[in-house]
Design a protein around this ligand. Structure first.
Ligand SMILES: [Zn+2]
Length: 170
């Protein structure tokens, strides 16, 4: 069984626990990279190709990404949020939702630039390797980010309900 399926079935616990789960998708913190708020979103069903997703999964993935990306922009010092799907290490389809903090754009580090321009793919790869712990660990900053994301996400999910209730009050 792959790591994502293990997490979805509760056999493996990601750092800080699952951030979100419904009947289609799971969202959790990256397992072994110490960058607060670096999230992974996956369909629960074991698929390896994007085009295998059914409409309900596509909708759930898209909504999950939109909600988490908008929340990550509320973390201090996040300038940009990258969304990537590579699938080289883990075949179970997943998206990396990677917050690019101001402190990651070190202008003196040539490894992050291509022809004088910040290179997102290089930055992602560089910090992923640099901050990789190789274990399922959690640092206080990650716990703090997870707590914030969970609280904001529950509001996003409840928001339509509050909207309906609000309208009913009128
Ligand atoms: Zn799987």
């Amino acid at each position: 069984m792959c790591i994502t399926c293990s997490i979805a079935e509760g056999k493996e616990t990601p750092p800080g626990g699952l951030i979100y789960k419904n009947d289609r998708i799971i969202i959790h913190h990256c397992l072994d990279v110490n960058i607060p708020g670096y999230l992974i979103i996956s369909p629960i069903r074991h698929v390896t190709q994007y085009q295998e997703l059914v409409d309900a999964e596509l909708m759930a993935m898209t909504k999950g990404m939109k909600n988490t990306v908008s929340i990550l922009y509320r973390l201090p010092d996040v300038e940009k949020v990258y969304i990537l799907s590579l699938g080289e290490e883990t075949s179970h389809l997943h998206f990396h939702i990677f917050p690019r903090y101001r402190w990651l754009t070190d202008t003196s580090n040539d490894a992050l630039f291509s022809e004088g321009k910040l290179d997102g793919a290089k930055l992602f790869s560089y910090y992923r390797n640099k901050n990789k712990t190789g274990e399922l660990g959690v640092i206080p900053e990650i716990n703090k980010a997870i707590t914030f994301i969970k609280s904001q996400l529950s509001y996003c999910i409840l928001a339509p309900l509050w909207f309906i209730l609000g309208r009913m009050d009128v």
